[in-house]
Design a protein around this ligand. Structure first.
Ligand SMILES: Nc1nc2c(ncn2[C@@H]2O[C@H](COP(=O)(O)OP(=O)(O)OP(=O)(O)O)[C@@H](O)[C@H]2O)c(=O)[nH]1
Ligand SMILES: [Mg+2]
Length: 629
């Protein structure tokens, strides 16, 4: 049986059975709540080494000793006096009284700061378990926590854990079971005044924590911070790291991409033979094999390898704790444009997926700055657009010949494009904060988390299965129907010409003003559900118009594009337009949901599109005037 009841905090609790117990996981940001939640529920909440990843309550189911538990992962908060939307979500859920038991997750390396929240929750409910997490890190830093003493002082069960290695979780669930099935009677605790609580927290943690004198890892963190966040070295290192990531992505993806497309096309031919053998009518063979299957193969071959390399590399940096340092470096730039430095974090999330970046904007407290961050998130290319940019750079600017020089040049061009996107983000943020969204930038404190050694194997597996295959699945589910539409457009005749020719012809004069053509613009329009399918659609459309060539590699693709009138100027305009045009439909719907307004959603569509069109117009016409391209 499934039972559902809405509770404050924006979450409808869905129990499988009446006897299921509800467990809330609360705690300061970045202490490992979602890691514990994922380990117990086998779900995939976003984890990473920076505060503020979880922005809304999430729930998952787990069984322990034949009993069912519903776990609720709450956004991190420092206190129950909610200052931001996600703190409010956490507080409302705890105050609603629906959890049977609350687990307060603490960071063993800085217990004192965590104690404040623990004491506040304790005033709210006696059914509390304190989970002291990150014990492995504490050990490395010479911090020792006396768990028994802590339990005695707090009067609640205390469990130690290293959640990332799965240690202590079974003990935690044992305590949860005990507490859920023998709940403590409510006790009347007077509400402590905040200053008293601070002293109490200090006193408790001093009594329970002992420090070994030498502490090399803290001084190592400081040294590293001095290099990574200094005004002199911070920016060049950021650019070099980005260059390195793209270089690895481009060089690493080349060979598997070619292999995949060869394999998939070979399979396509076999499927076609089978269709013919079974006597399928020509239109059906064309529809399935040339329309749906081909588009799908292109999406898989072009997207899978770069994504399978880019995502793990990016996640490694995220888990290492580099992203907040990027935010720190870019803070001054964003602030001088009237926006919030935390926007750097949401911009980074946009690299994975713009919709995720938009949801992540909840970490920005001021509504004005949050809106600016949402409206400009699309200026960073998401993973659906990166492979397209990479293949165009390879085909038109570097040559598919390969070699170290070529791949470094490709990466440098990509970094240049991303720098352009970032510049546009800043320029548009400045424009918005001077016009429609006037205001003074608010100050914020962004905690720089300790550097953590990422778990290489786990990161690779997690980013391939959780992220790459998810994004690919979404793209593929759109690619097949889009392939079908383009095939139908290319094969249904009206008035002596195909529908595709009519549509492309209609758009052509307008598109040419901006250095594009009708087919390209049509592909961008049909690519609204997912950017990944734009290039496959362009290929399909050109192929259906002319002779059918076997497109086994980028050289063949380049000839196809050149045969259809492309020059490097066209490629440049397509790249710029890909960087700056309307967000995909998922991102648009997310912006509507987050901003609650169709007006701002329309602005989020119009702003990048207008910027892209202006830039393309300038590029195309400057080249035309100068007689180049
Ligand atoms: N060394 C170590 N790292 C851990 C442990 N538990 C979690 N982490 C890492 O700590 C970071 C933060 O973990 P999350 O689970 O995302 O933290 P959270 O409390 O959900 O964070 P927010 O949602 O931002 O409040 C991640 O990089 C984890 O891999 C642990 O026991 N040991
Ligand atoms: Mg979390």
């Amino acid at each position: 049986m499934e039972q559902s009841n809405a509770v404050p905090g924006g979450l409808a609790i869905k129990k499988r059975e009446d006897s299921d117990r509800v467990i809330a996981l609360c705690g300061n940001p970045n202490v490992g709540k979602s890691t514990i939640f994922n380990a117990l529920t086998n779900l995939h909440q976003h984890t990473g080494n920076w505060p503020g990843k979880t922005v809304a309550n999430a729930q998952g189911y787990c069984r322990h000793k034949e009993r069912g538990y519903l776990l609720v992962d709450l956004p991190g908060c420092y206190s129950l006096q909610a200052h931001s939307a996600e703190e409010e979500a956490a507080r409302d859920f705890l105050l609603s009284g629906s959890p049977d038991c609350t687990v307060a997750v603490c960071d063993a390396t800085c217990l004192e700061r965590n104690m404040n929240l623990v004491l506040q929750v304790l005033e709210l409910t006696p059914n509390l378990i304190v989970c002291v997490n990150l014990l492995d890190e504490a050990k490395r830093k010479g911090v020792r926590v006396d768990l028994a003493k802590l339990s005695e002082l707090l009067g609640t069960p205390v469990v130690g854990a290293s959640a990332r290695d799965g240690k202590g979780l079974s003990e935690l669930m044992d305590e949860v079971e005990k507490l859920c099935h023998e709940p403590k009677p409510p006790r009347e605790l007077p509400e402590t005044d905040p200053e008293m609580r601070v002293h109490q927290a200090q006193w408790i943690s001093e009594a329970a924590v002992s420090l070994e004198p030498q502490n090399r890892s803290i001084s190592r963190d400081r040294k590293l911070d001095r290099i990574l966040t200094s005004p002199l070295t911070g920016f060049p290192i950021m650019l070099l790291l980005l260059l390195g990531i793209f270089w690895l992505t481009i060089t690493g993806a080349n060979y598997p991409s070619a292999l995949l497309s060869e394999g998939l096309f070979w399979l396509g031919d076999r499927i076609r033979d089978r269709f013919i053998y079974l006597g399928s009518p020509e239109w059906l063979t064309g529809l399935v094999c040339d329309g749906m299957y081909r588009t799908l193969s292109w999406v898989v071959a072009v997207m899978l390898p770069p994504m399978a390399i880019f995502f793990p590399l990016f996640t490694l940096l995220e888990d290492f704790g580099y992203l907040p340092r990027v935010a720190f470096n870019l803070d001054r730039c964003f602030k001088s444009c009237g926006a919030c430095g935390k926007q750097a974090l949401t911009t980074c999330m946009g690299f994975g997926c713009n919709a995720a970046g938009v949801v992540g904007c909840r970490i920005i407290d001021s509504p004005r700055e949050r809106l600016i961050a949402m409206l400009t998130n699309n200026f960073v290319p998401c993973n659906g657009r990166l492979p397209m940019l990479i293949s165009l750079i390879t085909m038109f600017f570097v040559g598919a010949a390969g070699g170290l020089g070529a791949s470094v040049l490709s990466s440098a061009m990509l970094v240049g494009l991303i720098a352009l996107g970032l510049l546009m983000t800043l320029a548009v943020s400045k424009f918005l904060s001077a016009t429609l969204l006037k205001g003074v930038p608010s100050s914020f404190t962004l905690e720089l988390p300790p550097y953590r050694r990422p778990q290489l194997g786990k990161v690779i597996v997690r980013s391939i299965f959780d992220r790459t295959l998810f994004v690919l699945g979404r793209a593929a589910s759109v690619a097949a129907p889009a392939g079908l539409i383009i095939w139908l457009l290319a094969n249904i005749h009206a008035g002596g010409d195909t529908l595709l020719a009519h549509c492309a012809g209609f758009l052509d004069p307008f598109a040419r003003v901006f250095g594009l053509d009708g087919v390209i613009l049509l592909a961008f329009i049909l690519g609204l559900p997912a950017n990944e399918i734009v290039i496959p659609l362009i290929i399909m459309a050109y192929l259906s118009q002319g002779s059918l060539v076997e497109l086994s590699d980028l050289t063949a693709l380049r000839s196809l594009l050149i045969d259809n009138g492309w020059t490097w100027v066209t490629a440049l305009c397509v790249m710029v337009f890909s960087l700056m045009h309307w967000p995909c439909s998922t991102t648009c719907l997310t912006i509507k949901k987050e901003s609650g307004s169709w007006k701002w959603t329309a602005a989020a569509v119009a702003i990048p599109t207008v910027c892209g069109l202006i830039l393309c117009f300038l590029i195309a016409n400057a080249c035309r005037l100068l007689g180049i391209g």
